[in-house]
Design a protein around this ligand. Structure first.
Ligand SMILES: [Zn+2]
Ligand SMILES: [Zn+2]
Length: 217
C-alpha cells in the first residue's frame, strides 16, 4: 500500500525505436497533435526523465508556436516554416514524438540551399499569455515596409541597398529574376544620369540583382 512517491530520474538520451533516432535535451522534435488534422507540434526538449525502472519515459518540452497559433495570427511576413519559441512548457509522453526536426536561426535558415520538411526557423520569442514578441521590432524592407519573409523573392536596389518585392515595384517575379541591374524609384533619376554619363546603357554580364536568399551571406 505505502508505495511512496514515485521517484523519477533524469536520463541523458533516449532512443525512439519507431524512427530509430536518439533524442537528448536541446533537440527539437515534431509531436503528434491532439487532432490528427492539425500540423505536428514543434517542441524543444528540455529534459527527459523516466521512472525508477527506466519506463514511462517523459519529455519536458518548451513549445514552439506556429504563427496561426499565436494571438496575432499569421501575418504576411511570416515564413511558411516560421515558428516562435514560446514560454509555454509542458510534459509529454515520449511516444508522441514522431520525428526530429531542426529549428534554425533566421540567418542560417536563409543560407540553406534547400529547405527540407524538417527545417524550421525561429526569429522571435513569444509570450503565450500576452501575445508579445521578443524582439518586438525587426528591420523592414521595401515600399511596403514589411519585415523580410524568406519565402519571398526580393530584388536589391543598387543605389540605396534596400530590398523590394517585385509586386511592390510593379514587376512580375519572372521580370525581377531577369534583371541585370535594379534601381528603385528614389534612386532611379540619379542612377540613370550616372549610367548615361559613364558607360551609357551598356549591360555588363555580372548579375547584381539576385534573390535575397542567395544574396545574403
Ligand atoms: Zn513590398
Ligand atoms: Zn534605391
Amino acid at each position: 500500500m505505502a508505495r511512496g512517491k514515485a521517484t523519477r530520474r533524469t536520463i541523458e538520451s533516449y532512443t525512439l525505436s519507431q524512427i530509430n533516432k536518439t533524442i537528448k535535451a536541446g533537440d527539437c522534435v515534431l509531436m503528434r497533435p491532439v487532432e490528427r488534422s492539425k500540423p505536428q507540434y514543434v517542441a524543444r526538449i528540455e529534459q527527459i526523465d523516466a521512472d525508477a525502472r527506466g519506463g514511462n519515459v517523459k519529455v519536458h518540452v518548451r513549445w514552439y508556436y506556429r504563427p496561426e497559433e499565436s494571438i496575432g495570427g499569421r501575418r504576411q511576413f511570416h515564413g511558411s516554416k516560421e515558428v516562435f519559441l514560446s514560454d509555454h512548457h509542458d510534459v509529454q509522453s515520449v511516444d508522441t514524438i514522431e520525428a526530429k526536426c531542426t529549428v534554425h536561426s533566421f540567418k542560417s535558415y536563409t543560407k540553406l540551399d534547400a529547405v527540407g520538411n524538417e527545417d524550421y526557423f525561429c526569429r522571435f520569442e513569444y509570450n503565450s499569455c500576452t501575445g508579445a514578441f521578443n524582439p518586438d521590432r525587426v528591420a523592414v524592407y521595401c515600399k511596403c515596409e514589411m519585415p523580410y519573409n524568406p519565402d519571398d523573392l526580393m530584388v536589391q536596389c543598387e543605389g540605396c541597398s534596400d530590398w523590394f518585392h517585385p509586386a511592390c515595384i510593379e514587376m512580375t517575379a519572372e521580370e525581377a529574376k531577369r534583371l541585370d541591374h535594379f534601381f528603385c524609384e528614389t534612386c532611379s533619376p540619379q542612377a540613370q544620369n550616372k549610367l548615361h554619363n559613364s558607360h551609357a546603357t551598356s549591360r555588363n554580364s555580372d548579375t547584381k540583382v539576385d534573390t535575397k536568399r542567395r544574396r545574403r551571406n
